[in-house]
Design a protein. Structure first.
Lengths: 288, 288
């Protein structure tokens, strides 16, 4: 089993994959598009994508890419994000003139970063990549905001630990594959649909779930390209695709929606349900 | 009338302000927070904030800040975004080794940027600020993705015009003020509300608008800080606050929502309705 992720070794996505499915092999990709390509072309069996963060919100690029590709979601996982200020060993905080990281990570550590004086904040494409840059270029005046794992991998020290503004900083990830074979028993389904531009259209769409007592765990709107101020809606339902209510709701939705696409049906993630990868892969696929 | 905006002179926000309300004075602010502070502290009468883009989606930071501050929305406006590749006069495209701009602008020009070879793409905090940097540091190997106005202001040439991937690239802006005195006749209202974490809660909330034939022009969910996987909902209603249906719907919503906050009631923007600032400010405030 090989899981593609976006970023450099030491990225949060890689950490999430290794924690949820211990022993799997991970493959670093430069961009989210490459994660999709890697799975589509069979170079990896799976790809792991961050989809939302409890502070920053959705990673919209991945919602867009899920729609563009036909790679079903087969599992989800979550990771507690703990950002550290990391630098070359022996560096003092007073020597730091530049802090670099991904804009999301920088935003999540805003209070701490504002407390530093005479420091330039630099947005990069990558948390772990910023740590690597410091090692590769031997930057003694630069720190990165990155994970403890990234610091370890690139031989950096933690100057200041747990610098994020909020403790409850959790990222949710989706696992995609070529085959819609879920790991575990699906009790959650992700859909995307487009609605006619008429009054009450969204209300009618949501009625197909409410009338069947299906809970929505997430609703996200995204602009439709080429149609300013029209939206696509991404929803997560607390019901597996094999649940008869779910199937009926989707058929009902299709009556009024312009179109509906199922992005996948998968098991809701829980710490308790964590199992070795192989064990999960062989479970309960008959129900899907 | 003084309007604060985020960015450097030549920013799209400044262009939108000057186009919608000709003759007003604009004040550059480094961050969105500073725009809010400028209005709250009376240094400017208004602030203009980008809130969504027809390609990239919502600017979530501003949704969060609207909630944190008590500065009502008094108007909206839209601007067609046209990105150019700009550089020092005399620079050839083949000399360019680095392209810098705001990540949103870079993302909106992805196809074009991928067509360049041996070029590093650098994320910055600002489109116009990237243009200024090229001028200030006389960077002959660097180009920026910025507006024609930014190129003009910083003495740069357009190397390649209209490089954005999609033609229908429009940004919507909200004008905030200390006093809830709208410019023009309000026919649109923005709300934010939190719901109990129960099945069908969002459906019930939307029913208060659907049952009164009030159209939603936008629905956006944002994570609640400190409550992972619970959300706030931001909605735009196609009805002014003085519309009796709107008032009743908000009272009805308050029955089931944990809380509701009105962010402002204002006139839906249209090209046709563009008037000098002073003229709009004196119109129809009696109806609000």
């Amino acid at each position: 089993m090989r899981i593609a992720f976006q970023g450099t070794s030491g990225a949060y996505s890689e950490g999430a994959a290794q924690r949820a499915w211990p022993g799997i092999e991970t493959v670093a990709c430069e961009q989210f598009e490459h994660v999709f390509a890697s799975v589509a072309e069979g170079r990896t069996s799976h790809g792991l994508l961050p989809i939302e963060n409890s502070i920053g919100g959705s990673i919209h690029r991945n919602y867009d890419l899920l729609l563009e590709h036909d790679l079903p979601i087969v599992a989800e996982t979550e990771l507690q994000v703990v950002h550290h200020l990391v630098a070359l060993p022996g560096t003092e905080i007073s020597q730091i003139r530049r802090v670099c990281s991904h804009p999301q990570a920088l935003a999540q550590c805003e209070s701490f970063l504002r407390s530093l004086s005479n420091v330039e904040i630099v947005a990069t494409y990558d948390t772990a990549g910023s740590a690597r840059l410091i090692q590769e270029q031997n930057l003694t005046d630069t720190a990165a905001v990155a994970s403890a794992r990234a610091a370890e991998i690139f031989g950096l020290s933690v100057l200041k630990a747990a610098i994020q503004d909020y403790r409850d900083n959790i990222t949710r990830f989706l696992l995609i594959a070529r085959d819609p074979q879920p790991l575990g028993q699906p009790d959650k389904t992700s859909l995307v649909f487009a609605l006619p531009n008429s009054a009450g259209a969204l209300f009618k769409a949501l009625s197909v779930f409410a009338l069947r007592d299906i809970d929505l765990t997430k609703l996200e709107s995204r602009p439709m390209r080429g149609r300013p101020w029209e939206y696509l809606f991404y929803v997560d339902l607390a019901a597996g695709r094999a649940d008869v209510r779910c199937g009926r709701a989707i058929v009902h939705l299709a009556e009024s929606a312009r179109w509906v696409k199922t992005l996948g049906s998968y098991a809701r993630w829980s710490e308790a349900a964590m199992r070795p990868f192989g064990a999960e892969a062989s479970m309960d696929v008959s129900t899907v």
